[in-house]
Design a protein around this ligand. Sequence first.
Ligand code: ADP
Length: 479
Amino acid sequence: MKPWYDAREILIGGQWRRTSATLPVENPSTGAEMAEIARGTAADIDEAVAAAQAALAGEWGSTTAAERGRILLRIGQMVAERAGELAAIEAADVGKPLKQARADALALARYMEFYGGAADKVMGETIPYLSGYTVYTLREPHGVTGHIIPWNYPMQIIGRSVGAALAMGNACVLKPAEEACLTALAFARIAEQAGLPPGALNVVPGLGEEAGAALSSHPGIDHISFTGSVQVGSLIQAAAARNVVPVTLELGGKSPQLVFADADLDAALPFLVNAGIQNAGQTCSAASRILVHRSRHDELLTRMAERYTQLQVGPADADLDLGPLISARQKEIVEGFITQGTDLECAATGRIVDQAPKGGHYLPPTLFAGAAPDHVLAQQEIFGPVQVVIPFDDEEQAVQIANGTDFGLVAAIWSADGARQMRLAKRLRAGQVFLNNYGAGGGVELPFGGVGKSGHGREKGFEALYGFSVLKTVAAHHG
Ligand code: ADP
């Protein structure tokens, strides 16, 4: 597959150019090097921030909200038309099965459509005040927004973060993850072709500790959004704090699905398993804990185990249930967790198919039972295809276990009892609660973000437009 862009280039102020150093790109399905990307430096970030500032002072800054919307809609349309190509690039780069990569490309298109349609519908208000005054509010862009994104869902995260930021008139500097930059570069080409003015979107691939650190600590940045690990998120918040820059952090979780005695297991089962193994478990909102009423525990475990034994792991282009993990390092981390589960019951594993290339980072999905709620596998984010099933005796205990980690991103309640659903939706510590369904990563329209170590701020949905803007109050005294 010959890409229509040069992966070694960075985009600054509408100019594509090479950097002196490059980084290798590995295909996780084979372990072979498939491309090279630019290794952006702090100097490149300086230039990108200056280009974004110039865009705000120039054409992009004077573009009307309606015109910004039209540009985003055009981008969305072009992304949808090229979804197959984008999916092939993403599948090769990240190792995700083609159907998942295609869903990601279509989600990116949908984000552009959603934020394109919303761009001219963000309004201020008038506020009753003293006699002789008129007071109103304006929603204005922050200015230059920095976007540091991870490798697990590059297209979706570009969509939700860059899409909302552009809709509000910010100029973006995007630092994709060093493991997965290719669709960010392809997206920037499409945006350019769709008429996005120069400097509105700048893309600088590079290492986290170089380009990423330079971006998060840059005094010219007015807002930073980050999706990734807790460890790096706290570094980014500290770096931004020195410049008193607001941050949005989405840092993952240990999300539970609660299955009550009256749950419809037939309906729940696909959600219980898929939300754990989607993208090989490398999903912030993976449902890595299944909490089940003791009366249904054995039945649920048997049925989940049955499904697990059918799961196939193989190369992205074979389009099976799971692809490889992103890297040898990630595989080692996840295997490290699995070895800490030797005191648990391994209820089932999936199967790596025979044709999986030897150099790929394949790991069979693993289902554990018998974990105490404070077991390391029930507490820490594994970021791999591992789920634990934990029994509970009553509603109160279910809530205690569900809320008993450092995280709070997503939760689900499976029950036929409407009153229980309402009661628990309020008590669960999570940014999103699903009742009799589970939307790992889904829902362009749905505000998304966490509490606790899952982060703060909201992306996705209309709410993100508030996060990517600043409220100004104008008080006029006219007598
Ligand atoms: P993971 O551990 O899953 O790779 P990270 O949180 O390390 O996730 O990476 C997410 C993003 O953060 C990537 O784009 C990465 O380059 C970037 N990053 C990593 N370290 C830093 C850092 N010190 N400062 C800024 N960005 C960083």
